[in-house]
Design a binder for this molecule. Structure first.
Ligand code: SAH
Length: 356
């Protein structure tokens, strides 16, 4: 298979073009075709000579994904089901708001972390995505947006655990944030969410300037361990100590995600315990009322209970955001991504935490 041209670095493509006696500005022309106009064929690149277009096409692919399904929610949220070359499927979700257009992308087909409340976990892990497959979600979604609107924010909160697929994810982040050879979105508009893999968090925060979100979901080890097996490897004390020591740029805060599960982690006492845990960490908490999916044993708490939990956090000085569910009528909300054709998807594997 031909290499995906988008996975080349700026220097690699420059060297290739210099060898062919091309002027330096060609790289930028090709960048605009690939990452701004989202071209799907080298033949479209009308400001390159025909021989150069043919040669590029001979040596490289443009690496598209197939849109298998596109579902639109009543609230405008759009969920894409993409087919990869080898038959694996992933989903991405486009979330329009008044001043933002956010795309939520996947980093793995399925997920091996086995969180008790998450629909993707029931699939197990099929495989890691390549950097090209991660970036291509952004370009395919951009192609599908009508009119002049552009994606303003990207969240790595779709299927999979980004930090368990570290090198391709880092490369994809570089392409997404690079304006010399890539999409050129500011890293401040990109957020990566993780179950809490401590060594990889430390690396990420040195190597990039993207925002960090951590799925916390419980204020004590016993409960967190029962909801998220990864807690047995990286318990709360270690995770939060890592957060305290991170080299955060000024004004940047860590987001902690907290899925509210009725009768499980939604009491006011637990809210106070959570506030206590986060003391001294520049942070905010995203409270996400549980989004139900078939086969799950959890329930969303009542609106009153959600309000009590939030008030208790607020009273304890925690900055909070309440996530309204988006696209839940098309199973596109947090934790509902399961691959539309999941019935046909081979069941993948779940990580043995001890082996991490
Ligand atoms: N693996 C990474 C990236 C996925 S982000 C991570 O876990 O952070 C998806 C977010 O949705 C996570 O915070 C996850 O815990 C949350 N989530 C999972 N299932 C959910 C559900 N059923 N309802 C609401 N949120 C859920």
């Amino acid at each position: 298979m031909k290499p995906n041209i988008k996975e080349l670095s700026f220097n690699e493509l420059s060297a290739y073009l210099i060898q062919r006696r091309q002027p330096a500005f060609r790289v930028n022309q090709i960048r605009r075709w690939l990452f701004e106009k989202c071209a799907t064929e080298f033949g479209e690149m009308s400001n390159l000579s025909r021989p150069l277009r043919d040669e590029l096409a001979e040596n490289y692919s443009i690496g598209r994904l197939r849109i298998l399904r596109r579902a639109e929610s009543r609230d405008g949220t759009v969920k894409f089901l993409f087919g990869l070359g080898d038959g694996a499927n992933i989903e991405s979700v486009l979330i329009p708001e008044a001043r933002r257009l956010t795309l939520c992308i996947s980093t793995q087909a399925g997920c091996g972390f086995g969180c008790a409340f998450c629909a993707t976990a029931t699939l197990g892990l099929t495989r890691n995505l390549t950097a090209g497959e991660i970036v291509e979600q952004v370009l395919e979604a951009s192609r599908a947006i009508p009119g002049q609107r552009r994606i303003t924010h990207i969240v790595l909160m779709g299927m999979g655990e980004p930090l368990a697929n570290y090198a391709p994810t880092l490369k994809a982040l570089e392409i997404i944030t690079d304006n010399e050879w890539g999409v050129g979105l500011s890293p401040r508009r990109v957020t990566l969410s993780t179950v809490g893999l401590v060594p990889q968090i430390q690396k990420l925060m040195v190597e990039t300037r993207v925002n960090l979100a951590i799925s916390l979901h419980a204020p004590d080890d016993l409960l967190r361990g029962s909801l998220m097996p990864v807690n047995r490897k990286y318990p709360l004390a270690q995770l939060l100590e890592c957060c305290r020591a991170l080299p955060l740029p000024r004004r940047q805060r860590i987001t902690f995600e907290y899925v509210l599960l009725g009768g499980v982690n939604d009491s006011e006492a637990q809210a106070r315990q959570l506030a206590q845990l986060l003391r001294g960490i520049p942070s905010k908490v995203n409270v996400i009322p549980f989004n139900p999916h078939s086969g799950s044993r959890f329930a969303r708490p009542s609106a009153e209970q959600v309000e009590r939990f939030q008030s208790a956090l607020r009273d304890a000085g925690v900055q909070i955001n309440l996530r309204r569910p988006r696209g839940d009528d098309i199973q596109a909300a947090c934790g509902q991504l399961q691959g539309e054709e999941s019935g046909r998807m081979r069941r993948g594997t779940t990580v043995a935490v001890e082996a991490l």
